[in-house]
Design a protein around this ligand. Structure first.
Ligand code: SAH
Length: 467
């Protein structure tokens, strides 16, 4: 449903911002416009160039008033790179719009009105908060408009993030403001070394070239894991780049590689090899320790994840005798957080490796009252499961973006646990699920938690109490 057009409209007030960082405005007839390079508070003349289903896309032709909330993005890749699309919008305002967006979803989609809405929890670090980044090598990096105009010869080898909407183009990154150093230093040094040594970068279109992807993870204490993905086996070259990283960066305590000759570059079905150091990192959260392997899920903003789990703990208000279910438990973070405060806790998770990690994490933290089951919630969460583990006094659910399967919701309704805490990274699907759950639950408290500054993403935690 794309139609080319060109139409001018004058004096539109931008009132909202979308996930792509485009300002949103409505005209007097109620038609919606997504306007490039604008933010709430701008008043603009626009040229409408595209019709989409339900809205128009436009660009500003004149700014009649500039929003006081505009800030200069610190990142030189802003606008080209797919991440951090709200950098030009003051952080305090980002929070305001995230909070309003969550509440609007609960009310409009879910038709629920929380009895109490607590103010959104801001992230302590607006930048440098991520503990994991994944970069791709490319023989055909995206050129900036200035580079295209300059008509000079440019090095086309790049290492960075995908250009949004272009699977075959990589925006080569010099400084990413999301991960602490030496993340940038590692990536740039590796890129320069590989160019100098003429080690082939991956050609996404032709599917050839040795160096494929680079994953960098870190703990808050500053230990780094680096996983280099090669397309083929070339022992001499592999040894060369891995030895370079090992010698240059003592911060790398886990140096790994894999060889993936498949068409797609996901590492999750690949065998991971250890080159130097350990095969994992140990992250600390409060008094707990968590093992992080190359494939395991761990919240990407660890400082704010801690705040999120503390919030779950306070909503849970456990007294010590409860049976608790932690649905969609990942590597067991929430379960281990609550274990000391209740009689027993049962985690459910579909990825076997994550469950292995959860069990290991229980062990290293001497938690004895947590058990973990592997399975898809919509199959495993049945009568037998409940007979085995007992009826829960509290359910905590932290499903992925698409929310909970309707079978799971029916089971929760049938169970009638006195309390349910629903943690969500997508308040639209959360709202959809809350509407169904509202037949037996009151939505008592809702609080958004910002784990992803500079993006439109936000977590929301809701406490439900049985009617
Ligand atoms: N509570 C954890 C993980 C939350 S992410 C934490 O905070 O770290 C959601 C988790 O749900 C992921 O680990 C994902 O693997 C798991 N998951 C997704 N679909 C699932 C399903 N159908 N059944 C069980 N687990 C599922």
């Amino acid at each position: 449903m794309r139609k080319k057009l060109s139409r001018n409209i004058e004096s539109l007030v931008v009132t909202d911002i979308n996930s792509k960082g485009m300002g949103v405005a409505k005209d007097t007839s109620g038609a919606v416009y997504f306007i490039k390079e604008t933010i709430p508070g701008d008043v603009v003349n626009i040229n409408v160039y595209k019709k989409r289903r339900g809205y128009f896309e436009a660009q500003p032709t004149a700014f009649l008033k500039k929003s006081p909330h505009r800030v200069t993005p610190p990142c030189t890749h802003f606008g080209l790179c797919g991440g951090c699309k709200w950098q030009h919008f003051e952080y305090a305002q980002q929070l305001k719009f995230k909070e309003a967006g969550v509440l609007r979803n609960l009310q409009k989609i879910g038709k629920v009105n929380p009895e109490e809405t607590l103010p959104i929890m801001a992230a302590p670090d607006a930048y440098w908060y991520r503990n994991k980044l994944e970069f791709s090598f490319s023989t055909n990096r995206w050129l900036t408009p200035a580079e295209v105009e300059s008509k000079e010869e440019h090095v086309r080898l790049g290492l960075g993030f995908h250009k949004p909407g272009r699977w075959d183009k990589i925006v080569s990154i010099d400084t990413c403001h999301l991960q602490i150093e030496p993340s940038n230093k590692i990536r740039n040094a590796l890129r320069d070394f590989a160019i100098e040594e003429q080690i082939p970068f991956f050609d996404l279109q032709q599917q050839r070239g040795l160096l494929r992807t680079l994953m960098i993870r870190n703990t808050q204490a500053g230990d780094f894991m680096v996983l280099l993905q090669f397309f083929e086996t070339k022992p001499k070259e592999q040894e060369k780049v891995l030895t370079f990283l090992k010698n240059e960066f003592p911060e790398i305590t886990s140096l790994l590689y894999c060889i993936n000759s498949k068409a797609n570059d996901t590492i999750y079905d690949q065998e991971i090899n250890l080159f130097a150091g350990k095969d994992h990192l140990i992250e600390t959260m409060g008094t707990l320790k968590f093992k992080i392997t190359s494939k395991s899920f761990y919240q990407t903003n660890p400082k704010q994840a801690y705040a999120l789990y503390e919030l779950v703990k306070s909503f849970a208000a456990l007294e010590g005798n409860e049976i608790v279910y932690d649905l969609y438990s990942g590597t067991g973070t929430i379960a281990l957080f609550l274990a000391a405060l209740c009689k027993k806790i049962v985690g459910v998770e579909s990825i076997p490796e994550a469950v292995e990690d959860a069990k290991y994490n229980a062990q290293i933290n001497q938690v004895k009252n947590a058990t973990f089951e592997v399975g898809d919630m919509k199959h495993i969460f049945d009568k037998t499961f409940i007979e085995k583990h007992g009826k829960p006094d509290l359910i905590v659910a932290d499903p992925p973006r698409d929310g909970m399967h309707k079978k799971v919701i029916h089971q929760i309704i049938a169970l009638q646990a006195p309390k349910l805490i629903y943690v969500s990274c997508n308040s639209a699907t959360q709202a959809r699920d809350l509407e169904k759950l509202s037949c037996i639950y009151n939505v008592e408290i809702s609080q958004a938690v910002d784990l992803f500054p500079q993006t439109s993403h936000v977590e929301n935690v809701v406490l439900l109490r049985r009617k």
